[in-house]
Design a protein around this ligand. Structure first.
Ligand code: ADE
Length: 226
């Protein structure tokens, strides 16, 4: 999978890709990530990328021309399955979206900044808009890193244990059950006997019950969705 990220702050977003799971995925050539500094496509000597909004109001807006130039250059090189815009005024990212994006070959992610992008960018180029939650970040860079993490870990071969992504919270609209490791007793708190029993069918049953219990208590809305 190839991901092209268009941003005015490439340095802000680089680090998550240089560590841990995303670094490994890139090293194993299961994911390829390229950063494009929007400023290199900016207008005039000052490489202008933003301007005041028509109609007045605080905050600058990213202009269409630099974004168009960058996207169209990439589109000449290959076909993209999705051109995604990270923005708080969109549907919230969930596991189903991450699953479906992990099957794509080439995607572009555009990150907004300031007040966002000129609406005409969204109308002309964007095929999918994604928010990572009902709060406003300074820019879409961290949101793009979150999206990439959620997607890249699902690519077969990225996680050491193939089954672990499948048993994540949300894969079946349930939160994960509690997990324990050694010691089996700490400060009078004991690991549930069933987990030490070696009875794997019963353990699976216990986990399913706990997952349901936890979901019902913390995120009952997920049960309505399934
Ligand atoms: N840009 C700013 N806030 C955001 C959010 N919550 N999700 C995605 N992109 C954003």
């Amino acid at each position: 999978m190839r991901i092209d990220i268009i941003t005015v702050e490439p340095e802000l977003i680089r680090s998550p890709f240089e560590n841990s799971m995303m670094k490994r995925a890139i090293e194993k050539k299961l994911a390829e990530v390229h950063f494009h500094n929007l400023r290199e496509y900016g207008l005039g000597n000052y490489r202008q990328v933003d301007d005041y909004q028509f109609g007045g109001g605080a905050g600058m807006v990213l202009m269409i021309q630099p974004i168009a130039k960058c996207i169209e250059k990439l589109q000449l090189e290959r076909q993209y399955d999705e051109i995604i815009y990270m923005t708080p005024d969109a549907k919230t990212l969930n596991q189903a979206t991450a699953n479906s994006l992990s099957l794509k070959k080439n995607i572009i992610i555009l990150t907004g900044h300031y007040k966002g992008v000129d609406q005409r960018v969204r109308d002309k180029y964007i095929t999918k808009e994604i928010s990572i939650g009902d709060y406003v970040l300074t820019g879409g860079e961290l949101a793009a890193a979150v999206l990439c993490d959620a997607v890249i870990r699902l690519i077969p071969g990225v996680l050491g244990d193939e089954t672990s992504a499948l048993t994540d919270s949300f894969q079946d609209n349930l939160l994960s059950p509690p997990v324990y490791t050694r010691p089996s007793e700490y400060d009078n708190m004991k690991v549930p006997d069933i987990l030490l029993s070696g009875n794997f069918p019963k353990i699976e049953e216990w986990r399913a019950d706990k997952a349901y219990e936890r979901t019902k208590k913390i995120r009952p809305d997920l049960l309505d969705e399934s």
